[in-house]
Design a binder for this molecule. Structure first.
Ligand code: PEP
Ligand code: MG
Length: 589
């Protein structure tokens, strides 16, 4: 009998845990990447002219290096992701910053690296003070460009080319390091700092390199050349694994390869139950790179485009023109399939552009609330979405709706924007469908009334569960209370689905619950006919759908609705899988 994941890790002393940043499994040797600390001293200089020439040369060399990285990044990640490096390039071209540095060298007569360090550090301090994950990640990016100039002033070189297959272990990794390593023989990343939004995490996800970040002290616990297992599905690393652990993972890797091959064959097949019910599978898209994965995985459209990602990646508010370009490109790449663009869901734990700090951000100025309080921001997005809708394959979705007034106000603004565009003779889809996310309990309870007001509902279980059971979705301390199979969650899903159906409107589910293979029979049995999930999970879910019967799933859902504890529901679903000999594909991993 194959051991379970928990059995193999129970009491293991060689395990390091972190955040599962990019999925995949790999076994290889550790390559510890330690950047030489650059020392800068405030030494006085006499030859100012030479110092200014040195600075110019260092800037030119830095630009050359960065240009190479920028081109590489564009090749492997597409233009939008490469924006990080364009932003760094802009710093190298910033006349105000360079002017200040040069003036200070002349007046203070200090080594240029000292002034560069001091001046750029000032920017970073401001960013770190923002106390926000996104801003501090960007402050790290600036660290990269600062160190690049200093290193070039000191005529030093960094090594980021590797000959053997290795797992790079590092305290932090700049976007440039991540790109350069990924072009060499890097099979995995283990990084002490950073979270899911760190560039190392984002880039490794785009490039399909397994990564675990936020490990705190892996650089202390791992030696160069140690054998490592990196499990990017569960966020853990085994250092010098035992024979038993190695066997366990080698079997898993084999299973994974086989599974990936068998899933590829499903790509062009329908997601159809054994008794003929067809389920529509759409993709959730967070980053541009995922559009390609969505297309190759057989998604039938985009059910959730998280537009806030554009702003998060740019680190700024995108203009109407910039947004129009991005949405139009997205719509034409997916045409004739539908693309559901969600209005900016900022605030909460997401990208906070306003800098306002709130005591309870999840209950604060988030999503539609923030948009209605910033009409010009909202209207510029509405106009951009409308302009991208001219081929009639775009729909617009409102996040964090908790009252009908919010829907009505939003619809009024959409009408205003339509009038403005008509006046400007811009083309758009006058019948563009408007939908809402159902992720707040008040909206769930009034699902029918909301459905009467809009064209479609999409259930966001990630938030719905947190608001329903009062458990912060990102808080480790209470994560065991965040239960998707809570009886109240099931009852609420039923109210929403039935409400939409009475109103004759489409209802889909776009939260992570739809990617949990255990939840699939339940969701289908509750009556959902459309699921939107992350593209990499589409084929896994399709495989389950193709092995279940709708009628049996309906019976299962009806029975689960009578239970009063999550435990009973989970056990019943597990029994359903065993009774019907269905393999939970994702659990093989
Ligand atoms: C959700 O809440 O389920 C959802 C899909 O939205 P997000 O995860 O972006 O909050
Ligand atoms: Mg949500």
């Amino acid at each position: 009998m194959m051991k379970t994941f928990d059995e193999i890790f129970e009491n293991a002393e060689n395990i390091i845990t972190g955040i599962a940043a990019a999925p995949g499994l790999v076994i290889a040797k550790a390559y510890k990447f330690i950047k030489e600390e650059l020392e800068v001293n405030g030494q006085k200089i006499t030859n100012i002219k030479q110092a200014l020439t040195d600075l110019d040369e260092a800037i030119t060399r830095s630009k050359k290096e960065l240009n190479k990285i920028l081109n590489l990044a564009r090749d492997i990640m597409g233009d939008k992701r490469a924006i990080i490096f364009e932003a760094q390039m802009m710093i190298l071209d910033d006349p105000i910053l360079l002017g200040t540095i040069k003036r200070r060298i002349e007046y203070e007569k200090m080594l240029p690296e000292f002034i560069v360090n001091d001046e750029i550090s000032k920017y970073q301090k401001l960013m770190f003070q923002a106390h926000e994950a996104y801003m501090s990640e960007r402050a790290h990016d600036i660290e990269d460009i600062k160190n690049r100039i200093i290193r070039n002033l000191q005529n030093k070189r960094w090594k980021s080319k590797i000959i053997q297959d290795v797992i790079v272990v590092s305290k932090t990794l700049t976007p440039a390091d991540t790109i350069l390593f990924s072009k060499s023989n890097t099979k995995g990343f283990v990084i002490d700092h950073g979270g899911l939004t760190s560039h190392a995490a984002i880039i490794s996800r785009s490039l399909n390199i397994p990564a675990v970040v936020g490990t705190h002290n892996s650089t202390l616990l791992i030696n160069d050349g140690d054998e490592l297992v990196v499990d990017g599905f569960h966020g853990c690393i085994l250092v010098n694994p035992t024979k038993r652990q190695c066997n366990f993972f080698n079997i898993k890797i084999k299973h994974l390869k086989k599974l990936q091959k068998s899933l590829e064959e499903l790509k062009d097949k329908k997601a159809e139950t054994t008794d003929g019910k067809i389920i529509e599978l759409l993709a959730n898209v967070d980053v541009t790179g995922e559009i390609d994965i969505a297309k190759t995985s057989g998604a039938q459209g985009i059910g959730l485009y998280r537009s806030e990602q554009i702003f998060a990646e740019m680190g700024d508010l995108a203009s109407e023109e910039e947004q129009t370009k991005i949405y139009s490109k997205l719509a034409s790449r997916m045409y004739p399939q539908m693309v559901t663009i969600r209005a900016l869901d900022i605030g909460g734990d997401k990208f906070n552009f306003s800098g306002i700090s709130e005591p309870n951000p999840f209950l604060g100025l988030r999503g539609i609330r923030l948009l209605l309080a910033n009409e010009s921001l909202f209207k510029s997005q509405i106009r951009a979405v409308l302009r991208a809708s001219k081929n009639k394959n775009v729909q617009f979705m409102l996040p964090m709706i908790s009252s009908l007034e919010e829907v009505r106000k939003s619809k009024r603004l959409i009408d205003e924007c339509k009038k403005e565009l008509k006046k400007a003779k811009e083309k758009f889809d006058n019948n563009i469908k408007i939908g809402i996310m159902v992720e707040v309990p008040s909206t769930a309870l009034l699902a029918k009334e909301f459905a009467d007001e809009v064209d479609f509902l999409s259930i966001g279980t990630n938030d719905l569960i947190q608001y329903l059971v009062a458990v912060d979705r990102g808080n480790d301390l209470v994560s065991d209370l965040y239960r998707e199979f809570h009886p109240a969650v099931l009852k609420t899903l039923k109210i929403i689905i039935d409400g939409a159906k009475i109103s004759n409107k489409n209802v889909s589910l776009c939260g992570e619950m739809a990617a949990d293979t255990l939840a699939i029979p339940l969701l289908i049995g509750l009556g959902l006919e459309t699921l939107s999930i992350s593209p990499s999970t589409i084929t896994y879910v399709k495989k389950i759908i193709r092995s279940i019967s709708y009628l049996k799933s309906k019976k299962l859902a009806d029975e689960c609705l009578t239970f009063t504890t999550s435990q009973e529901i989970t056990s019943r679903i597990e029994k359903f899988f065993v009774d019907n000999s269905i393999k939970r594909t994702r659990n093989i991993i």
